[in-house]
Each structure stands twice: as C-alpha cells, then as structure tokens.
Design a protein around this ligand. Structure first.
Ligand code: PGA
Length: 252
C-alpha cells in the first residue's frame, strides 16, 4: 500500500562534476526499478546539473537538503522555494538533525520551512529523532512527539514523508536494532494518527542512520519502515544502487 521510498542525502559532499558522473552511472543502474521512489539530494550547487541528468528517468526525483522560509529578499546565503523548483526539485529535506545542531534550526523554524515548501508545491522529507542522551534517559517518545507537534503544527499531511533518524545512529556505523526502529516507527505512526486520523496509515516513514546494503533488507522487513534516508552509503554509486535494488538482491 505504501510505495517504498529511498533517498540519498549527500550532505556537503560532491562537486558538480562528481554529481554528474555519479548520476550518469546511477540512472542506467536503476533503470528497471519501478517499485521504489528514488530521491537524490545533492548540495545546492549541483541541483541544476543533476536535474538535467535525471530528467529522463521517471523513477528518480530531485531534492534539496534545506530551504529558507521567506519567498525572496535580503537574506544573504539563503535559498528560496522558487529557486528550488526552478532548479528541478520536487522535494526538500527539512529538520535534519545536522541543521538543528549546526545551524540552530528550531522546531519553530522547521515548521515555517515546511509551510513555505508546501505553499510552493514542494514535497517534504521531515526529519525527527532523539539524541543518545534522550534515548538513555527514556525520553525518545517525548522527543518524537514534540517534534511532530511543533514541526507539523497547522500543516496537512499531503506531500510529507517523515524520516526517523536517531541522532546517535547517524554517520556512526551504529544502526538502531530492528526492534528499536520498528518501535519508534510504530509510535510515530500512532502519533500521526492521533492528529490526522486514518490518513496516517498512508504516510511513509523512512529510517535513517547508518543504512547500508547489508542492513537495508532487515530494516525494510519492519512493518512500519517504508524506506530509508541514506547518508554515507549513498555517496558510492554501487552501494546506493544496491540499497535501492535490495528486493532484487534478496531473490539472488
Ligand atoms: P548516514 O546519514 O547514513 O551517514 O548515517 C543518514 C542521514 O543523516 O540522513
């Protein structure tokens, strides 16, 4: 019922040339994959070049890694929604823990960014997740609950994909156990259902945090895991293609 969704978050990696050579190899590698929505999120500088390469590939969409919540104006260094759609984006990642940590994106800012993105028709990958300290002190569900309440305040569910990314699992090689992942995903879906009712059953909830070609299969077997947001393992074209094609590899 929920189509699998796998996104590459390149973070602050790859020049324009590197993005072009990755995508020129990647597009034919995943050509036959029809049962997965594939999204690539390069840095801003590579969006336009990336867009011209993936244009012909019906199964791949382009995402930005962030957005500013103003339409236009004197905001040095910021990128507007129109600039993103103009560059070929249909998605934007909002609320990534690295944005929250290094760029002071609060829940309120995240909420404004999502509203702006949606106003311009951009789909949103909305990231939430707890720190190690929060997990160890039993606060995981409280954190997820308040990030959802604040981040999605007054926002309809259409066009939103949620990414659960336990901060302690990002870039650390530590993946959440299947039980931890399923438990958090189930909780997120219940929380969304308490706000949006039955439509929460249709929303895709991605897992993020040290996803690799080796652990994607078991993660995808969790009932409420509908896809993945992949950082480190998305930088290598063969590794990311292996993640996207996890079902085919399963049959081998
Ligand atoms: P990682 O990053 O796969 O390198 O852990 C995931 C993310 O931050 O989206």
């Amino acid at each position: 019922m929920r189509k699998v969704f796998i996104a590459a978050n390149w973070k602050m990696n790859k020049t324009i040339g590197e993005a072009q050579s990755f995508l020129s190899e990647f597009v034919p590698l995943v050509h036959g994959v029809r049962d997965v929505d594939i999204v690539i999120a390069p840095p801003f500088t590579s969006l336009h070049a990336a867009s011209s390469i993936i244009k012909g590939a019906a199964n791949i969409q382009l995402s930005a890694q962030d957005i500013f919540y103003k339409d236009e104006g004197a905001y040095t260094g910021a990128i507007s929604p129109v600039m993103l759609t103009d560059a070929g984006c249909t998605f934007v990642i909002i609320g990534h823990s690295e944005r929250r940590q290094y760029f002071s994106d609060t829940d309120e800012v995240v909420n404004k960014k999502i509203k702006t993105a949606r106003r311009y028709g951009l789909n949103v990958i909305f990231c939430i997740g707890e720190s190690l300290k929060e997990r160890e002190t039993g606060k995981t569900k409280d954190v997820l609950s308040s990030e959802i309440d604040e981040g999605l305040k007054d926002i309809p569910l259409e066009g939103i994909v949620v990414a659960y990314e336990p901060i302690w699992a990002i870039g650390t090689g530590k993946t959440a156990t299947l039980e931890q992942a399923q438990d958090a995903h189930r909780y997120i879906r219940e929380k969304l259902a308490s706000i949006y009712g039955n439509r929460a059953r249709e929303i895709r909830i991605l897992y993020g945090g040290s996803v690799t070609p080796d652990n994607i299969n078991s993660l995808m077997n969790c009932k409420d895991v509908d896809g993945a947001l992949v950082g480190g393992s998305s930088l290598d074209v063969n590794r990311f293609a292996d993640i996207v094609k996890y079902r085919e590899r399963q049959k081998d």
